[in-house]
Structures are given as structure tokens and as C-alpha cells.
Design a protein around this ligand. Sequence first.
Ligand code: FES
Length: 157
Amino acid sequence: MLSENAKTQIAKLMAQYPDPRSAVMPALHLAQREVGWLPDDVIQEIADLVGLAKTEINGVATFYAMYAREQPGTHTILFCTDLPCALRGADKLLEQLEHRLGCQAGHTTADGKITLKEAECLGGCDHAPVLLIDGNEHQQDMTLEKLDEMIERLKNA
Ligand code: FES
């Protein structure tokens, strides 16, 4: 459920645009900041606030990778699969990571500890393959050994 303050902020956003559709993306950002992700009831609330169908709001929320439609785990790993990282084996490493975590990219481990997502360039191509943990810890020149150390550390953190 969104707070009254969030609803007021969304109403203000809508007043800035001639078409309420333009407020959908900033409203989703605002809601995600407040709730941490975008569950069904929040999607419905935004739909009601902007006067659009829930399916339209859901379409936007599922199209863009920055919106979380599943509750994120304690830790989030963004794994770059863009070309420079792919050329240095990112695809194979991601496969191994999915196997070790027991979940596909785009999902969260069964214990709720780790959410794994594919990402576009993370700005460290000269040290590919690269991943980003919890939005602030870059891991570079990734290897299987480094993946295992990272998984162990995050599972116990
Ligand atoms: S392509 Fe992977 S960090 Fe740039």
C-alpha cells in the first residue's frame, strides 16, 4: 500500500503533464522507492490514481528492467552480459551462477537471499566480466572461483 504522501506526490506528478500516461514512469519510481518493489496492489493503486488500466501500468513495469515486480532478495546481483563481457565469457559464467544459485536471472533464490539480474554495461568493460552487488560493489575480472567466494559471502551476510 502506498502512503498518503506518495499518493499526494503522484497527484503532483500528474499535474505536471497534459497526459496522465507521462506520470506513470515517475510514479512507478516513486512507489518502488517507498515500497522496495512493485507488488500487484501497488500497480493497482497507481492505475487507479492515474486513471489507466492495471494492465497498462503492469506493461510499463514489466518492460523496464529497473522496476522490480518480484520482491527482491536481501542482496541483488546485476550481471553484465553486454558485448565486451560476453566476449570474455560472461554468458558461461552467468549459466554457472544460475546453476549454483538454483535460480534463473530475473529471479530470487528460494531462501530469499539473492536476486540475480542480467544487466547492460556496468561501466567496467576493461575488466570484463563484471557484476555489481547491491548497487555499490563492483566485482571485476570474474572467474568461477570468484563467483563461488561471492556466493558464500552473500549467503552468510
Ligand atoms: S560490457 Fe560489461 S561492463 Fe561494460
